[in-house]
Design a protein around this ligand. Structure first.
Ligand SMILES: NC(=O)NCCC(=O)O
Ligand SMILES: [Zn+2]
Ligand SMILES: [Zn+2]
Length: 483
């Protein structure tokens, strides 16, 4: 049975044009005028765009003594409701746990997904087993490995481990990701703040100034360069980190930065709210920053020095956040955003003229699919691509409210914000999965998206590094030793 999306305007990362889209067997089979299909999806007044890809989520993740509250069921429901058709979640081995054991857990959890998903693998410790299992992980279709430079005593890796893992990524043709905050400095600042009686959620922000992010971003970039591997920097939140990425790009290094929708639209004043719960609900790492940093991130998206917009969706209930009453270091770090990323970015970015519609598609979908190596299967409106599409109504609006959201938590960090621009339909491999306000794809509809290593950019960088590697100077004569 074929489906046709009629009367819409297609918006991709580089083109805007009127055409119908014909779908069969979960794929786009034709794009053109006056197409006919067994079922018609009306896109009058709407844009037809590639479904969003969120490259950074933590669903049902064990973290800080608890589990993030949205699992693959509620998390992917939230994704579809917001026009996102694929999430990339982090398989997270506990320190000492094998990568393949962690992967089994993520395989089990993800069977409940409503939309497609893929995994990054986290490197939380280092030895020969990890080194060996990284290869098996890439053979399973995971070509990205995440490293935490923060969370000392838990997930943090040291520079020697980072360098070893980056070199292994280079050998495997994989891309390392980094959470760039200096964990040693954060630990010391946190202890000092607590000792001085700074116990509230605002101290979380004091403990993680932008310098800790700028330093760690630059360090990770330089270590990646020495290891001969590209680098993807997650949740880039400040000018110092953006500056390091910009500088690296301008000197030919292959580095990508990923701002979060939260950092683009929410600022540090949230932490000074009189209500402890309000502030604690917004505790995440890196913390929200001031307008100067936000302007830098927006400029990065417009200029292309920053590449993707993610959510880092890692949602905790108010009850979970209260583990940290009296000690801000025990507030589980993380916020939600899966349902809100596209509407918020459209509202704050496209409707204001900060970015174009095509740039919107690039940073929410196409760039991500290209970097993670699943383009044009995902992230494209092209014949042969999977029909992961969003029919976007630029006139539809709503006020964000936890009362009507899909996420399992009891609040929303964007509560009360009005968004204009919403999905009318979200299609997942041709199935209408969000149908005018209702979830229509069943639990378990989502499939794993395998992503091979050896992308063109990793190959190009290896070639360049091999060509420019240090070599002994061939000398015609060598002086005798002095003895
Ligand atoms: N970002 C955050 O605060 N929580 C999720 C884990 C991480 O990405 O650091
Ligand atoms: Zn992180
Ligand atoms: Zn994260």
């Amino acid at each position: 049975m074929t489906k046709v999306i009629k009367n819409g305007t297609i918006v991709t990362a580089d083109l805007t044009y009127k055409a119908d889209v014909l779908i069969d067997g979960g794929k786009i089979i034709e794009i053109g005028a006056d197409l006919k299909g067994d079922e018609v999806i009306d896109a009058t007044g709407c844009y037809v765009m590639p479904g969003g890809i969120d490259p950074h989520t933590h669903l049902e993740m064990p973290f800080m003594g608890t589990y993030s509250a949205d699992d693959f069921e509620s998390g992917t429901r939230a994704a579809l409701a917001g026009g996102t058709t694929m999430v990339v979640d982090f398989a997270l081995p506990a320190p000492g746990e094998g990568l393949l054991d962690a992967l089994k857990k993520w395989d089990n959890k993800s069977t409940r997904a409503h939309c497609d998903y893929s995994f990054h693998m986290a490197i939380t410790w280092w030895d020969e087993q990890v080194f060996n299992e990284m290869k098996t992980v890439t053979e399973r279709g995971i070509n990205t490995f995440k490293h935490f430079l923060a969370y000392k005593g838990a997930l943090m890796v040291n520079d020697d481990e980072l360098f070893a893992s980056f070199k292994r990524c280079a050998e495997l043709g994989a891309i390392p990701l980094v959470h760039a905050e200096n964990g040693d400095v954060v630990a010391e600042l946190s202890a000092k703040l607590l000792a001085e009686g700074n116990t509230g959620p605002e101290a979380h922000a004091y403990s993680r100034p932008s310098q800790v992010e700028g330093e760690a971003t630059n360090r990770a970039i330089m270590i990646a360069d020495m290891a001969g591997v590209p680098l993807y920097v997650v949740h880039t939140s400040c000018e110092e980190a953006h500056e390091a990425i910009r500088r690296a790009k301008m000197t030919g290094k292959r580095v990508w930065g990923e701002p979060l929708i939260q950092h683009l639209v929410l600022d540090e004043s949230e932490y000074f709210n009189q209500d402890w719960d309000h502030a604690a609900r917004r505790v995440m790492s890196p913390p929200f920053r001031d307008k100067k940093h936000q302007d830098s991130l927006w400029a990065g998206l417009a200029s292309g020095t920053l590449s993707c917009v993610a959510t880092d969706h890692c949602a905790f209930t108010t009850e979970q956040k209260r583990y940290g009453v009296g000690d801000f270091t025990k507030i589980p770090n993380g916020t939600g955003g899966l349902e809100d990323r596209l509407p918020m970015l459209w509202t704050a970015g496209v409707n204001t003229g900060r970015i174009t519609m095509n740039e919107f598609v690039a940073v929410t979908s196409t760039n991500i699919a290209k970097i993670l190596n699943c383009y044009p299967k995902k992230g494209a409106v092209l014949v042969g691509a999977e029909a992961d599409l969003v029919v976007w109504d630029p006139e539809a609006s709503k006020v964000i409210s936890s009362g009507t959201q899909q996420s399992a938590i009891d609040y929303n960090v964007f509560e009360g914000k009005e968004v204009k621009g919403l999905p009318r339909y979200t299609l997942s491999r041709g199935v209408v999965a969000w149908d005018e306000g209702k979830i229509a794809a069943p639990e378990g509809h989502g499939e794993f998206v395998a992503r091979d290593p050896g992308m063109p950019v990793t190959k190009a960088l290896s070639t360049w590094k091999e060509l420019t590697a240090p070599r002994p100077v061939q000398r015609s004569g060598i002086p005798a030793t002095g003895v």
